[in-house]
Design a protein around this ligand. Sequence first.
Ligand code: OGA
Ligand code: MN
Length: 297
Amino acid sequence: MITVTRIGKHLGAEISGVDLSQPLDDNTFAQIANAFFDNEVAFFRNQHLTPAQQIAFTRRFGTLEAHVRKESRLGGHDEIFVLSNKLDANGKAIGAQDAGRFWHSDLSYKRQPSMLSALYAVEVPVKDGVALGNTYFASSTAAYAALPEATKQRVDSLRNVHSYREYRLKNYAAQQGEEQRGIRTVQEHAPTPEQLASVPDTEMNVVRVHPVTKRKGLFINEGHTAYLTGISRAESDAELASLYAHIIQPEFIYGHSWRVGDLLMWDNIAVQHKATFDYDPLPRLMYRTTVRGPVVM
Ligand code: OGA
Ligand code: MN
């Protein structure tokens, strides 16, 4: 029997009573999947997972992605995307250390954006007894539901372009700025032309109906959305800024304080998320698996 404890007002639950390193029977898996989609973010504490076990559990939700940033994949396990500020013996970054600077939804710039991501905490920075590097999640379904009726009608017909290219260039510029101000110490590579060319821009509806819960949500995010189509860039910027401000109100947010052994999953269709870079040079190491979602139009 699993126990589900809701934490946030609209999202976020702890699921206990399950050891994810073991194969799960269909009934237990179905209970976990239900609780996950209903709560949009769900976490399991005190897990002991090898990369292969994390892959085996998350693969039950669908096809796993191998990330476009090849240099950040875990050796021997292409399905694991490494997030870390640690360096190898040659001083080279062992993973992506800049993921989540902006509010975003993983791989939202793809024609088949991610359904869900699962992040396993291997090393968590702690200072004076307090965990650093929290991750924040905002429910875009709760945010949509709370919009005034007239706004819902307006956004229902809007479309937006998600751009990996604009995201990586913006992210790189932000990081260079931080480095110049001495905030960060680890050098991230500039995106390669090959990476930029590998993911074309994608146009899609602003409002998405969740394939499982049927909730409507706002599929825009500050990291990947370049602009709304059919209006001027200035109008688009203003509309997006007001929608973003609406989505990230405290009541729609769950903030996770990590412990080693946490496996936390989020629904990339229903929520967007953001990292906190407050721990460098304390080491942080996380392993992510990413489940592919349906095609968006
Ligand atoms: C991710 C991500 C944020 C964090 O893994 O997709 O955005 O806090 N992570 O590590
Ligand atoms: Mn992310």
